[in-house]
Design a protein around this ligand. Structure first.
Ligand code: G3H
Ligand code: 13P
Ligand code: ZN
Length: 332
């Protein structure tokens, strides 16, 4: 048993309370490799933003859970080396799908876990979430739950349609499960294709696709039911068109990739939404950089040359999210 406190990590409790009061959101960035982690920590340290490092099932399969945890431990020391005296870093399990997995993360030094039982029937979602909460709280680890189902693929949890969270269920769910934060479904989804072109309108001036707005009425109703309760938004990449265009113009094929407009995320960040999950944008930044370097320098074969540029692209992206979208700079 390793406590996250010994690793210099923090849980989300205080961080979320401050974010709700202050009208900003904490960035939750997924990481799978060293370059991503370096870019996240540099961006957070330089902007003095609290940050949540997320480990998904895909990341565990790709990079190994043990290695990722030690990398997060190293990240705390790296942040200090960068001059961030008291780093506010959370190590979070993203989309945990069983009690056993959540328990293993708690035992291994994670400071926060998500139990995603949103695809189960309501009562089963409550029961499983409650079981995780009872275990995690013994070690002061915070627990995120999910109610409502996002469209698209949630790791192995999948659903073809989006089922918005039912505001009339949230009080019962939060009270009986004891969760510390709640991920809700208001029209976001995972990946770089959040809306089909048919769901969008076209801006007559630019010809670009404009996605439908998020269901802020559902968010408002949830907040009315659960005043001051921490709300989480998954699937919140904005799919920056500059990266999509760069990738497409350099031999890639991402037709009609579309995300959540940043002004909508800015609006959400000012509400009780205090954790905003971003993964796909970082993948796009990485891929755009690699394509650029390898196109400009076809003879390059040192991975540090293109992964280094990818790291710079991601750092810029993370800083932009922190400063211009979530407003979490200067809060740690
Ligand atoms: O929730 C989805 C995240 O973007 C993680 O995806 O399992 O492919 O790493 P992944
Ligand atoms: P995106 O695919 O929009 O980046 O969402 C990531 C996410 O929700 C991770 O849990
Ligand atoms: Zn997610």
């Amino acid at each position: 048993m390793v406590s996250y406190k010994e690793l210099g990590l923090v849980n989300t409790r205080e961080m979320f309370a401050k974010a709700i009061k202050g009208g900003y959101a904490i960035p939750a960035f997924n990481f799978n490799n060293m370059e991503q982690l370096q870019a996240i920590i540099k961006a957070a340290a330089e902007t003095k933003s609290p940050v949540i490092l997320q480990v998904s099932k895909g990341a565990r399969n790709y990079a190994n859970q043990t290695l990722l945890r030690y990398m997060a431990q190293g990240a705390v020391e790296y942040a200090k080396e960068l001059g961030w005296e008291k780093p506010q870093i959370v190590l979070h399990l993203d989309h945990g799908d069983s009690f056993e997995l959540c328990k293993s993360c708690v035992d291994f030094g994670f400071s926060s876990v998500m139990i995603d039982a949103s695809s189960l029937p309501y009562e089963e979602n409550i029961a499983l979430t409650k079981k995780v909460v009872e275990y995690a709280h013994k070690y002061d680890v915070t627990v995120e739950a999910e109610l409502g189902v996002l469209a698209g693929v949630e790791d192995e949890v999948s659903s073809a349609v989006s089922h918005y969270t039912k505001p009339e269920e949230v009080v019962d769910f939060a009270t009986r499960s004891g969760c510390d934060s709640l991920a809700i479904s208001i029209g976001t989804s995972h990946g770089a294709y959040k809306f089909t072109p048919e769901q969008c309108t076209r801006d007559p001036k630019t010809g670009k696709l404009v996605p439908p707005p998020l269901a802020f009425d559902v968010l408002d109703a949830v907040m009315e039911q659960l005043p001051g309760f921490p709300i989480v938004l998954h699937g919140s990449s904005s799919v920056p068109q500059e990266y999509v265009d760069m990738i497409n113009s350099l031999g890639g094929k991402l037709p009609d990739a579309i995300g959540i407009p940043e002004e909508q995320l800015r609006k959400a960040a000012k509400s009780a939404v205090c954790k905003i999950n971003i993964d796909s944008d970082s993948r796009l930044a990485f891929t755009a950089a690699v394509r650029k370097v390898l196109t400009e320098k076809p003879g390059e074969f040192d991975p540090r040359k293109y992964c280094g540029v990818a790291r710079d692209f991601m750092e810029d992206l993370y800083k932009h999210k922190i400063i211009d979208v979530l407003g979490s700079d200067g809060k740690a």
